[in-house]
Design a protein around this ligand. Structure first.
Ligand code: 5AD
Ligand code: SF4
Length: 480
């Protein structure tokens, strides 16, 4: 079948960075599409990071604005979207597995539209594979053109055709996208898009485009709106939030300045992710030290403790400078909880390099870490590096690292035993419907017996017992 649109991604274009100004697009729905989804249902599956979760909320917002209703039941769905992640091979394999599984639904319902969006389509190899093998897919779109979904659905409506449109240019900033937010009390707020770091292992600069910051006023307006709607917590999102504002050509306005302005709003809790150590400025530490609604929790990916590997990764800091930074943060924010990301088995990593990582984990005192085995991503420099370490050895290193990380996770929890903490209640615990769970300012998961009326509220809890992954507490009194 000949596609109506066939616009494939290009790695070379995706790698390009220019000083060209980014445009800000105001989203709107064409009158002709206002009722396109009336009476129809959609399902969406989200893979990967918070950026994708936030994008899914926007996709849902757009679809519901044109009449679609959400369903979890795929057999009743007219449109199934997979919002995909490209960060590691196993994330991608899951999606290809899903596409195979969903094929039979197209047999039962020939009108069903199957769409693949997000980071995977931004890769040349993936689009080729979909076109060659996964004929059941009707729509392929990337991270830069979520706002055009309506246009694509109009083309596909009632016709036997395909749309494959992936843009590899540097990306725009799209404002006024509607959103159906998953939580009624916690919200994602994008502050910037893209990444210009080009860590040698990472596909994100190719899939998410150039670093581009949202206008501060748009961010502050969104936060004000969330406050009015009763939201209790926001998480500011960006691949490298510390470089927020560096792309502004008309003003000097940094992440530290944005946080200062957000500190003055009445949103009760503010978090942010992800930080790059190389851009973590003293100004930023200074704002964070003033606390207020800025939570004492920082996720600061280190990736490796070996200077040799950090250099090969293009991380632009050393083990020593990272530890000095951690020291400054801890001094300025007493009791702060710090977590990290670590990759083991990067090409060329020796036992000595790995021991440097273990040493750094101990000295930094991380209270949690996301740990991964290096996964070569097609088109990135590290995918071409010679790699002599056997997979079994890499798996053993990961296990050794995880033992240490888990010990430190537990001691991070133990320091709250016997204390009173403020917990923003998310809902009932996944494992026990009598028990509520939520997070403390330090991002510690707390379980406490209580009723549904406490969901979305911040309550005082007395911590009785620390476990490895969570804390058990007792309700003291309702703070609201
Ligand atoms: N292989 C393994 N882990 C990776 N990450 C990013 N790219 C890769 C890769 N190719 C990890 C990094 C990053 C986190 C989001 O995912 O640790 O911080
Ligand atoms: Fe990937 Fe590095 Fe950018 Fe993070 S900072 S998204 S690891 S390239």
């Amino acid at each position: 079948m000949k596609p109506s649109i066939l616009n494939k991604p290009e790695l070379k274009e995706a790698r390009r960075r220019t000083k060209e100004l980014v445009s800000t697009i105001e989203f709107s729905i064409p009158a002709s599409a206002m009722h396109l989804g009336d009476g129809k249902r959609y399902t969406i599956h989200t893979y990967g990071c918070q950026g994708n979760e936030a994008d899914t909320e926007r996709i849902k917002g757009i679809l519901e604005e044109i009449g679609y209703a959400y369903t979890e039941d795929e057999t009743k769905s007219d449109l199934i979207i997979l919002n995909t992640c490209a960060i590691r091979a196993n994330a991608e394999n899951k999606v290809f597995g899903e596409l195979g599984r969903l094929k039979h639904l197209k047999v039962a319902n020939p009108n069903l539209l199957l769409a693949v969006g997000g980071c995977m389509p931004q890769e040349e190899v993936v689009v080729e594979k979909i076109l060659k093998t996964y004929h059941q897919v009707d729509l392929v779109f990337g991270t830069h053109n979520i706002h055009k979904i309506v246009e694509y659905l109009e083309i596909l409506s009632g016709k036997k055709t395909k749309v494959v449109e992936v843009e590899s240019q540097q990306g725009d900033v799209v404002e006024q996208l509607p959103a159906i937010r998953t939580s009624k009390h916690k919200a994602w707020v994008n502050i910037m898009f893209g990444c210009d770091e080009f860590c040698t292992y990472c596909i994100v600069p190719y899939t998410r485009g150039k670093e581009r910051s949202r206008d501060p006023q748009h961010i502050l307006d969104e936060i004000d709106q969330l406050v009015q709607e009763g939201y209790q917590e926001i998480t500011l999102l960006g691949q490298n939030v510390n470089s927020y504002g560096l792309d502004f050509q008309d003003k000097k306005y940094s992440f530290a300045m944005l946080l200062t302005d957000i500190q003055a709003t009445s949103i009760p809790r503010v978090r942010f992710t992800t930080s790059h150590p190389k851009d973590f400025s003293m100004d930023l530490i200074d704002v964070l030290s003033k606390g207020k609604n800025l939570m004492p929790y920082i996720h600061l990916p280190v990736q490796s403790g070996s200077n040799k590997i950090l250099k090969m990764m293009n991380r632009k800091y050393t083990k020593e400078s990272y530890l000095t930074l951690i020291q400054s943060i801890k001094q300025a924010i007493p009791g702060v909880s710090i977590t990290t990301d670590i990759i083991v088995g990067f090409p060329g990593e020796t036992e000595e390099d790995f021991l440097e990582t273990l040493d750094l984990v101990k000295h930094a005192g991380f209270e949690g870490a996301y740990t991964f085995i290096f996964s070569p991503r097609s088109g990135t420099p590290a995918a071409m590096y010679e790699d002599f370490t056997p997979v079994e050895e890499k798996k053993t290193r990961l296990q050794r690292l995880n033992v240490l990380v888990n010990e430190q996770f537990k001691s991070g929890n133990e320091r709250f035993e016997g204390q009173e903490v403020q917990v923003l209640i998310d809902g009932f615990s996944k494992t026990n419907q009598q028990v509520l769970s939520g997070y403390t300012p330090h991002n510690k998961l707390v379980n406490v017996v209580g009723d549904a009326s406490l969901i979305g509220k911040t309550i005082s809890v007395h911590i009785k017992k620390a476990k490895t992954w969570s804390l058990d507490g007792e309700l003291l009194h309702d703070k609201t």
